[in-house]
Write a protein that binds this ligand. Structure first.
Ligand SMILES: Cc1cc2nc3c(=O)[nH]c(=O)nc-3n(C[C@H](O)[C@H](O)[C@H](O)COP(=O)(O)O)c2cc1C
Length: 181
């Protein structure tokens, strides 16, 4: 299941992947709270913390709205996840109203923090860009400033379906003058 690592990295990182099958088992509220707390600790440009998390539990209105916003290709498998989180980012800086060029970067970083805290608890995420942004915005009555960025299905993975996608080689993605490879 693991991608072959060229050097030792944290097991949490090496083990992580985006499952298409969730066991359906409920995730305790305390764990979800800890995941959100982890996201809250992420750094952001100007400490703007542009993110907002719409957290749906299977059967509730937020969950159903998020599920409904997904493209069909995602809806089929994501519907098994016990928790669905929609993440938005504010387009403009509260500091001066100017465009925040780091909104998506910051949201991504907060989700990375959330992901690692989840892995610590054996909870897996599958992030999705494949959703209808207009539907999302309508469901949650977003104003112009709030941009839907990603929808996340999360829960415990089904042991039967481990999948890993490949990765580029380090030398394809790194430029350095030191001979470190
Ligand atoms: C911003 C973002 C959007 C993604 N959108 C989708 C999606 O719509 N559907 C899907 O099946 N996977 C989606 N993925 C999952 C990626 O395909 C997956 O992370 C990548 O192939 C690497 O696989 P791994 O996460 O299992 O290591 C998305 C991931 C990210 C970070």
């Amino acid at each position: 299941m693991n991608i072959e690592c060229r050097t030792k990295v944290s097991e949490l990182l090496a083990e992580r992947y985006s499952p298409y099958d969730f066991s359906g088992e409920e995730v305790p509220s305390e764990d979800i709270k800890a995941l959100l707390e982890a996201a809250r600790l992420a750094p952001s440009s100007y400490n703007e913390q542009p993110w907002k998390f719409y957290v749906g539990f299977k059967g509730d209105n937020i969950y159903n709205s998020l599920l409904d916003s997904l493209f069909d290709s995602n809806k089929t498998w994501a519907a098994k996840a016990p928790v669905m989180i929609g993440v938005t980012g504010r387009r403009n800086l509260s500091l001066n109203g100017k465009k925040n060029n780091y909104t998506e970067y910051d949201v991504g970083q907060a989700v990375a923090f959330l992901t690692l805290e989840a892995m610590e608890r054996d909870i897996y995420l599958h992030q999705m860009g494949g959703f209808d942004r207009n539907k999302f915005a309508e469901s949650f009555n977003l104003n112009e400033d709030e941009k839907p960025v990603v929808v996340i299905a999360l829960g415990y993975k089904d042991e039967n379906n481990p999948r890993r996608k490949g990765r580029k080689e380090l030398k394809e993605i790194v430029a350095t003058e030191r001979n470190i490879f």
